[in-house]
Write a protein that binds this ligand. Structure first.
Ligand code: PMP
Length: 394
C-alpha cells in the first residue's frame, strides 16, 4: 500500500532556506525564516527561559504522566496571563483549557473537536494566511471556505470580502481570526472592525477561532492580549489557540494552549471532555518541559519581569526595523505600509520573478509570495533591502 502514498509536497520555505544556505556571499540576507532573530541574526534563548529551565530541572522529582489537560500550573498561569483573573468568563467558570503541542497542536484539538461535534461545520479562512490553517482544516476534514483578507497590491485589508464571508457563515461554522500581528501580512483588523465581525458571527451562531501566536510583538503585551480579552468578553463561544513559540522563544519545545470559551459552566464540562478525548488520540499527554518552563516564569515575579522586558526588547527591535524601512518609502513606495504593520511579517507586492532576482542578484532571499520576516534584517540590512527593492521595481 505504500506505493499509493502521494508524492511529498514541496515546501516553498524549505527551498528558500536551501538557497540561502548554498549562497556563499557573506552579505546574504534571509527573510524567509519563520522565527525571531536579534540584530546579530541569532534566535537566542531568552534569559528568563534559561533561568526557569535551570530551576525546574533542579526541582523536578518525577517523569510520571501528568493530567490529560497537561501541566496545571501552566494552564492556570496562561489563563491568568491571557484573560486576567477578573475576566467575567474566568469568574463564571466558562473557559475550558488544554495544553497543546505548540499553537499547532492547540489548533488541531480545536478543529478536530469541532468536526467531531458537527461534521457539517465549515472553516472560513481569509487569505493569505499561515499555510497550516488550510492543512489543519483538511486534517480535521472540515470544509474550507476561503475569502480574500488582504490585497497585496493595495497593501490593504479587503473588508468587503471579509464582511461578506462573515455574513455567509452558518451556525457552528468556524471563522479564523489572527490574534495580533497577522501572518503573513502584518495587517490587523482595527478594534472596531473586529468587533463588528464578531457581532455578525454571534448573530449567525458561528464560532470565532482566534489564533494568537505573536502577542507581545505588536503594540505591547497588555495591548496585544487585550484584543483576546475584549473578543472573549463579547462572544458567548470561541476557540482561542495561544502559542508560546514566539513570545517565549520556545519553538522546538512545542508549547501552546487551547481555550474554549463556553456559554455556561455545564457546556464547559462537556467541551473540556471532548478536547481531552481528541488530545488523547493525538499525543496521549502533552510534553512537560516547555510548559513547566512557562509556568515557572509566570509564577516567579523576577523572571516574569525579565521575560516581559526581553519580549518588549524584541518588539521594539521590530518596530525600529519597520520604521527604518518606512524611511525609504519615498524611493520605494511599496515600503509605505511596513511601518503601520505589526509583528515579524509583512508581504511585499513582488512578483515571483522579482523575488528570484533579489535572491540571485542581491543575495536577499525570501519566498515567491513576497513575505518577508522583518527580524531577518541585521544592522545595516534595511538600507540594502530598500536599494535592492528600488532596483528590481524599476
Ligand atoms: N499560528 C500562526 C499564525 C503561526 O504563524 C504559527 C507559527 N508559525 C502558529 C500558529 C503555531 O506555531 P507553533 O505550533 O510553533 O506554536
Amino acid at each position: 500500500m505504500f506505493d499509493r502514498f502521494p508524492e511529498p509536497l514541496a515546501d516553498p520555505l524549505h527551498a528558500v532556506m536551501a538557497r540561502f544556505r548554498a549562497d556563499p556571499r557573506p552579505e546574504k540576507i534571509d527573510l524567509g525564516v519563520g522565527v525571531y532573530r536579534d540584530a546579530a541574526g541569532h534566535s537566542p534563548i531568552m534569559r528568563a527561559v534559561k533561568a526557569a529551565e535551570e530551576a525546574i530541572l533542579g526541582e523536578e522529582d518525577s517523569k510520571a504522566y501528568q493530567a490529560l489537560h497537561g501541566d496545571d500550573a501552566f494552564v492556570s498561569g496562561m489563563t491568568n496571563l491571557v484573560f486576567g483573573a477578573d475576566h467575567p468568563a474566568v469568574r463564571d467558570g466558562r473557559i475550558a483549557a488544554i495544553q497543546g503541542t505548540g499553537g499547532t497542536g492547540a489548533l488541531r484539538i480545536a478543529v478536530d473537536s469541532a468536526f467531531a461535534a458537527d461534521p457539517s461545520a465549515r472553516m472560513h479562512l481569509g487569505l493569505p494566511s499561515w499555510p497550516n490553517h488550510a492543512t489543519l482544516a483538511g486534517a480535521a476534514e472540515l470544509e474550507l471556505v476561503t475569502h480574500r483578507y488582504f490585497d497585496t497590491d493595495r497593501q490593504a485589508l479587503n473588508l468587503e470580502a471579509i464582511t461578506e464571508a462573515a455574513t455567509s457563515a452558518r451556525p457552528g461554522d468556524l471563522f479564523v481570526f489572527h490574534g495580533p500581528c497577522h501572518n503573513p501580512t502584518g495587517a490587523d483588523l482595527s478594534r472596531d472592525e473586529r468587533r463588528a465581525l464578531l457581532a455578525m458571527l454571534v448573530e449567525r451562531g458561528a464560532v470565532p477561532i482566534i489564533d494568537a501566536a505573536y502577542y507581545g510583538l505588536g503594540d505591547g503585551l497588555e495591548e496585544d492580549l487585550d484584543i483576546i480579552r475584549e473578543s472573549a468578553a463579547t462572544v458567548p463561544r470561541a476557540f482561542i489557540a495561544v502559542s508560546c513559540s514566539k513570545a517565549f522563544g520556545l519553538y522546538r519545545e512545542r508549547v501552546g494552549i487551547l481555550f474554549a470559551l463556553c456559554a455556561n459552566a455545564d457546556e464547559r464540562r462537556r467541551v473540556q471532555g471532548q478536547m481531552e478525548r481528541i488530545s488523547r488520540s493525538l499525543v496521549s499527554m502533552p510534553p512537560a518541559h516547555g510548559a513547566g518552563t512557562v509556568a515557572h516564569i509566570l509564577r516567579d515575579p523576577r523572571l516574569r519581569a525579565l521575560w516581559e522586558e526581553e519580549l518588549d526588547a524584541m518588539r521594539r527591535r521590530l518596530l525600529e526595523l519597520r520604521s527604518e524601512l518606512g524611511g525609504f518609502s519615498g524611493e520605494v513606495p511599496m515600503l509605505r505600509h511596513v511601518q503601520s504593520q505589526r509583528g515579524i511579517f509583512s508581504m511585499l507586492p513582488l512578483s515571483a520573478e522579482q523575488t528570484e532576482t533579489l535572491g540571485r542578484d542581491h543575495a536577499i532571499h525570501m519566498p515567491q509570495s513576497g513575505r518577508i520576516n522583518i527580524a531577518g534584517l541585521k544592522t545595516g540590512d534595511p538600507e540594502r533591502l530598500a536599494r535592492a527593492l528600488a532596483t528590481v521595481s524599476r
